[in-house]
Design a protein around this ligand. Structure first.
Ligand SMILES: C[S@@+](CC[C@H](N)C(=O)[O-])C[C@H]1O[C@@H](n2cnc3c(N)ncnc32)[C@H](O)[C@@H]1O
Length: 425
């Protein structure tokens, strides 16, 4: 039997934030509904290998409240492994107006999850999980499987889709005993409502094997809960194919778990809507290697299929982008960072059609101008960064870059970067 390691995960953090994810961690607080771990464990042991649903119905107390609140099913836990770890399935089949959600995670992480606003304030905005009249349709493309295609013009910043996850699985739940991990993963799947299970099964799978595991492998985004890496499944979002110069960007809100995708440039009707699965600031050879190894496809996006000469120019620009990033991030007294360098970065992003990254360029420029005391320019660029940044982070912000740029706009002289790099005489 083949037990593939879970390797693939579509980067969850937008490209420009890939190296600095911002997760809010809820306080460890409150009660744990799986405190009765021995019971759960023995239950898990008893049901080891079972896949019939009769065992999974929620137990209800006299007030009709499940004793496992907020879970609608009794948590089922693996027997402790040699490292004294256990992983449990936690399902709330009512989550997000009946879409449901299942976790396979540790009891400690579950304690944090139940304190997230997703559970303490579970109201779902109207635009989320609404797929009745989307501005796209699913089409099959030879060699790529299904993909999303725009059915009308979408403008930069416009929302394409927003969804809650249906499955969240801790990556550590698998390697010690893959067989056991798969069984509990299947339990997590089976406890979801029927319509959601159908959505999961409609996702593509790279390989034959365990149907759920293979779908998780092919379609998961990655994120953290309680500081631990998890795989996160958004079935509709996972329909989007990869492009090294994507026309859409996504943002994940770790408090509500809502994942939203926005246009990062104008997308014309009939155009495929694409995201990136990888860090696209890599040379073509490296990008292709990662995509081939992890997602088993040969990238034939326009950039990958350009002439060798064009690719060499693009690779050189990306090398320069890396150099400028490093210089602009250097706040030491000997830094070579200047506002001119930040403006060069913006130009390079534009030449490379890195639409989604432009906000990062404006943010660098804002701070670089503020660092020499040019508060007018600093504010101008902060405004541009905020406008462009909405594509990445949603209109309400909720990440530290957005907060930082708002602070710059309010009062540049109080911003930490003010006169941090005075021009040398
Ligand atoms: C997350 S799924 C994307 C949706 C998928 N095409 C489907 O049919 O549901 C990832 C898989 O889609 C395919 N894929 C994504 N982007 C592609 C691309 N640019 N070229 C070829 N195949 C691609 C690969 O098979 C990849 O493993």
């Amino acid at each position: 039997m083949r037990y593939p390691t879970i390797l693939s995960s579509l980067a969850l953090i937008s490209y420009s934030r890939a190296s600095q994810p911002h997760y809010t961690h809820s306080q460890l607080a409150g009660i744990c509904n799986v405190a009765d771990n021995n019971n759960v464990l023995s239950f898990g042991q008893k049901t080891f290998g079972l896949d019939h649903e009769s065992c999974t119905h929620s137990r209800v107390d006299v007030q009709n409240t499940p004793v496992y609140h907020p879970w609608t099913h009794k948590p089922r836990c693996t027997p402790k492994n040699g490292l004294n770890e256990t992983y449990c399935v936690y399902t709330n089949s009512n989550f997000a107006d009946g879409r449901g959600i299942s976790f396979l995670t540790s009891p400690l992480v579950a304690k944090e999850i139940i304190n997230l606003p997703a559970f303490t304030n579970p109201e779902i905005p109207e635009n989320v999980n609404t797929f009745t009249d989307p501005p796209w349709e699913v089409r099959n493309i030879p060699g790529r499987g299904n993909g999303l295609f725009a059915t009308r013009t979408l403008y930069r910043g416009e929302e394409i889709l927003a969804a809650t996850p249906v499955g969240v699985y801790m990556s550590d739940a698998f390697p010690v005993d893959y067989g056991l991990g798969y069984q509990y993963l299947n339990t997590a799947y089976k406890q979801l409502p029927k319509a959601t299970r159908e959505k999961v099964m409609m996702m593509a799978a790279h390989n034959a094997g365990d149907p759920i595991m293979e779908r998780v492998n092919t379609n998961s985004f990655s994120g953290e809960f309680g500081g631990e890496p998890h795989f996160i499944v958004y079935p509709e979002t996972a329909r989007m194919n990869h492009d090294c110069r994507p026309n859409a960007m996504y943002y994940y809100d770790p408090a509500t778990l809502i994942h939203s995708t926005h246009a990062s440039r104008t997308i014309l009707p009939g155009e495929e809507i694409t995201i990136t699965y990888i860090n696209i600031l890599q040379p073509r050879a490296d990008r292709q290697e990662v995509l081939e190894m992890t997602w088993h496809f040969q990238c034939t996006c326009p950039l990958c299929t350009s002439s060798d000469e064009e690719v060499a120019i693009s690779d050189a620009r990306m090398q320069r982008i890396h150099e400028i990033h490093a210089t602009l991030a250097d706040w030491s007294p000997n830094t070579m960072a200047t506002p001119e360098l930040a403006e060069e970065l913006i130009t390079l992003y534009e030449l490379e059609k890195l639409h989604a990254a432009v906000a990062t360029g404006h943010m660098f420029a804002s701070m670089a101008y503020n660092a020499i005391g040019d508060t007018d320019r600093a504010k101008q660029f902060a405004e541009r960064a905020l406008k462009a940044g909405m594509v990445n982070s949603g209109v309400n912000g909720g990440n530290s870059d957005v907060d930082d740029m708002r602070a710059m706009l309010r009062d540049a002289e109080s911003h930490w970067s003010y006169l941090a790099r005075p021009r040398k005489p």
